[in-house]
Ligand binder design. Structure first.
Ligand SMILES: *[C@@H]1O[C@H](CO)[C@@H](O)[C@H](O)[C@H]1NC(C)=O
Ligand SMILES: *[C@@H]1O[C@H](CO)[C@@H](O)[C@H](O)[C@H]1NC(C)=O
Length: 296
């Protein structure tokens, strides 16, 4: 290899190492712009002309909403304030999902807890109908005190889960390792609040206390910046041209990787990658996604 080529390679590696960027800042819009209720319409309350909503869960029902459109790739953000006080047995979910039997799904699930005890944020990725990739973290703040932003960046190269500006999980397109990646099934965005006291809090030990109902979660933002597709579309018309397809969004930068490592080291309480009881050999994607140290 000539010196010139060598220098170019070094340059590429240097630049490549710091090429990542933060997604475009979400733009807040009213609920009705992008979303509609899915069930138990009377358990959704609209505030400030629909720029803020509250979901409530009582002993009759939970509730949920979904995006009007389906999307292939993009950036999807929500500001959420979780159920405060005694939220044990409740689950607040924010997720993307396709609508067929072998579905793809990208999940945030917030598991409530007794007053003063920490929420758990569980994430998962389904590809072709198969999940089994749970990770659980504690948050570094109280998610019931203020709004925080939870978002997903999804392109042909990677799925990134963000909490505010911090990446907490990456799922790379590892097709070359023979691992399925969501790329051809448009997804809708969903959110819901429901009872799951058979598993959510301390593995189901803490039951929901209905005397504290209604349980209320608040939402703002409703940002969707994605390529809208019909449910059957295999391609997005703008494929390759949108901001999220560009080089700087194809990988995290070194700072983002460092932040992610901090989440792994300090806040992770469960990681399917290191669960030897479930997986005697570590799932193939784990190293590439840096769910585990690269030298482990
Ligand atoms: C549900 O809660 C309401 C209000 O607290 C109460 O009056 C009612 O008896 C409860 N119903 C059931 C089935 O527990
Ligand atoms: C709830 O609090 C207990 C005790 O601090 C903790 O072990 C658990 O991980 C917390 N979160 C959930 C959702 O169970």
């Amino acid at each position: 290899m000539g010196f010139k080529w060598m220098m170019m390679l070094v340059l590429c590696v240097l630049i490549g190492g710091s090429m990542g960027a933060k997604p475009n800042k979400p733009i807040d819009v009213p609920f009705g712009r992008n979303y509609e209720p899915s069930w138990a319409f009377d358990h959704i309350k609209y505030l400030n002309g629909g720029s803020e909503i509250q979901l409530s869960l009582d002993n009759r029902t939970g509730t949920g909403f979904q995006s009007k459109g389906s999307y292939l790739f993009g950036h999807f953000a929500m500001h959420i304030k979780m159920v405060a006080g005694d939220s044990a047995g409740t689950v607040t979910a924010f997720y993307l999902s396709s609508q067929n039997s072998e579905h793809d799904e990208i999940d945030f699930e917030f598991l409530g807890n007794k007053t003063g005890e920490p929420y758990i944020l569980q994430t998962n990725v389904y590809t072709g109908g198969k999940g089994d990739k749970e990770q659980r973290i504690y948050l570094w703040f109280d998610p019931t005190k203020d709004y925080h932003t939870y978002s997903v960046l999804w392109n042909l190269y990677q799925i990134v889960f963000f909490v505010d500006e911090y990446p907490i999980r990456v799922f790379k397109n590892n097709k070359n390792l023979g691992i399925k990646f969501p790329f051809d099934q448009p997804m809708k965005i969903y959110s819901s609040l429901w009872e799951a006291d058979d598993w959510a809090t301390r593995g189901g030990l803490e039951k929901i206390d209905w005397s504290n109902a209604p349980f209320v979660a608040s939402y703002k933002g409703f940002h969707i910046d994605g390529c809208e597709s019909s449910v059957n579309a295999k391609f997005c018309a703008n494929q390759g041209k949108s901001w999220w397809d560009q080089k700087e969004f194809q990988d995290l930068d070194t700072t983002q990787w460092r932040l992610l490592r901090r989440v792994r080291d300090k806040y992770t309480i469960y990681n399917y990658c290191t669960d030897k009881k479930r997986f005697s050999t570590m799932p193939k994607e784990c190293k590439r996604n840096r769910d585990v140290p690269r030298n482990s």
